[in-house]
Design a protein around this ligand. Structure first.
Ligand code: SF4
Ligand code: SF4
Length: 495
């Protein structure tokens, strides 16, 4: 997306550029851009209410979901040690990895679709970095006051009040960051046990000052991840803020590929706003050749990334619409029509009609709908039973004292259902052979049962040396779940 250019550009010779970067008497160009601290001004308005309505359900969902139980276990639990992902009444196993990969692809396509239609609304309203930063900013305003007061506090020498305000801000940030880190790990380690472990401290062991965590109920991995996510939240939302969006997030860099002239963007109406300038309320600004922009800088002061939207669309803009609410409040005060800064499209700004139903957008949307339909169909028809067969590789076959030829296998039967099932094991592809060992097995929900069995055959019935066979596992308790896996039966050379 191009920035608005006020003046025609001039062709500049390479030597001029070099001189500009290395003017006489000035040292080397410093490639490090020092960060100017951004003091955002609090603003209320229509879009901020939408941000609150979208942000709170996401926050509450994130914090409360690990505490929700479903069918006697945590509703959402990514149980890595047992390699099971529980999401309500579904359990995903490593064998379901294609489904999870498919889910990621759907999420990526959905993001492309939304971005092509409405720009970076994901960034402005639902991205965790934006939501958490908004909470941290709210805490900062609560502890240190308005924008002007915060600037004053930062310039003021240290005093008891300044120390108390800063301390309370960092303590609240730290507490919220800890809650965030704990909740994240609670998706991987059962939340209730994790909480008990977190607060279990063996003071006698602690006082012995050993270089280990034996005094703490938490294991080393749980403790490390909670500390890591607590620090990451505190640093990202408290200190780095807009720098995460500007320098670390790859999405900010490639989003422009998905934009076109009909994509909704937050934009300043250049034709209506210029020439900008201060004026008294009620004065006819057009007589002075002024547009509707009173150059109050409110749009810049409310911007969490510190940009001036009047300079045109910039990659730092996260489409949060704070500048729209800020400018609308100024327009209200001046008695002007709202919308000097608004959600619009480049075509609309240039007086062209906006085409929302364009082929690219329809293509994206159709692709997402088809992928979602395939995903849910796969879930519905998915059989909650898996069978893996591992053939004994140590010996090709054994010959018993009775003269029979035997091959050994380990059958791994995984019950991915929520109830126990009894399964019958059978095979096909080897006429005259029989199973030695158990041919029935009961597997409890979410468990894997390993069953060693042997196939035995009279060599006179063996027609080939290398035979393809199929093992079949069939539920025999009323459900019709069935799984099949292929293997081989190898015998002596057949003449
Ligand atoms: S320019 Fe406006 S929409 Fe963009 S980040 Fe700043 S305040 Fe948000
Ligand atoms: S808030 Fe509106 S009126 Fe004020 S400087 Fe920004 S664009 Fe101009």
């Amino acid at each position: 997306m191009n920035k608005r250019v006020d003046k025609p550009t001039e062709t500049v010779a390479v030597t001029d550029i070099t001189e500009e970067f290395h003017p006489a008497g000035v040292g080397e160009l410093d490639l490090y851009q020092k960060r100017e601290k951004i003091y955002t001004r609090r603003i209320e308005g229509f879009y901020q209410r939408i941000r609150v309505y979208t942000g709170w359900p996401l926050l509450l969902g994130y914090f409360l979901l690990p505490w929700l139980n479903w069918d006697g276990r945590q509703a959402v639990l990514f149980d890595l040690p047992n390699r099971q992902f529980h999401i309500f009444n579904l359990t995903f196993w490593p064998q379901d990895f294609p489904l999870l990969a498919w889910m990621m692809i759907i999420a990526a396509f959905a993001l492309f679709t939304v971005t092509a239609w409405a720009g970076r609304i994901w960034c402005g309203y639902t991205c965790p970095q934006t939501v958490w930063t908004a909470i941290f900013m709210w805490v900062e305003q609560w502890c240190e006051g308005s924008r002007n007061q915060r600037i004053k506090w930062d310039k003021a020498p240290w005093s008891v009040e300044k120390f108390a305000r800063k301390l309370s801000k960092h303590a609240l940030w730290g507490g919220f960051a800890l809650l965030t880190g704990f909740s994240f790990v609670a998706y991987f380690s059962p939340a209730r046990e994790l909480l008990v472990n977190l607060v279990t401290i063996d003071f006698a062991a602690l006082l012995s000052l050993g270089f280990n965590l034996d005094w703490w109920g938490l294991g080393i991995w749980e403790a490390s991840w909670i500390i890591f996510f607590t620090l990451a939240t505190y640093i990202n939302a408290g200190w780095l803020r807009e720098q995460v969006c500007m320098y670390m997030c790859p999405y900010a860099r490639f989003q422009s590929v998905m934009f076109d002239q009909d994509t909704l963007i937050v934009s300043y109406d250049y034709h209506r706003g210029e020439s900008r300038g201060a004026r008294k309320k009620g004065v006819d600004a057009s007589e002075k050749g002024l547009g509707d922009c009173v150059d109050c800088q409110i749009c810049v002061q409310v911007c969490p990334t510190g940009i001036d939207i009047r300079d045109g669309l910039q990659y730092e803009c996260i489409n949060c619409a704070l500048c729209i609410d800020g400018c609308n409040s100024v327009m209200d005060q001046m008695g002007y029509e709202k919308g000097l800064i608004r959600y619009t499209t480049e075509n609309s700004l240039n007086g062209q009609p906006t085409n929302f139903l364009r082929p690219r957008l329809i293509g994206y949307a159709v692709a997402v709908v088809v992928m979602v339909a395939i995903f849910f169909t796969s879930i519905i028809v998915r059989v909650p039973l898996k069978l893996d067969v591992i053939r004994d590789r140590d010996r090709l076959y054994i010959q018993t004292t009775e003269g029979y030829i035997e091959n050994s296998y380990t059958l791994k039967v995984i019950n991915m259902d929520q109830q126990s099932h009894q399964y019958q094991i059978s095979f096909s592809g080897l006429e005259g052979a029989k199973i030695i060992g158990k041919s029935k097995v009961v597997v409890i929900p979410g468990e894997l049962s390993e069953l060693p069995i042997r196939l035995s055959i009279d060599p006179a019935d063996l027609e080939k040396t290398n035979n393809t066979i199929e093992f079949n596992v069939q539920a025999i308790d009323g459900s019709d779940y069935e799984a099949i896996a292929e293997s081989r039966f190898i015998g002596p050379r057949v003449k």
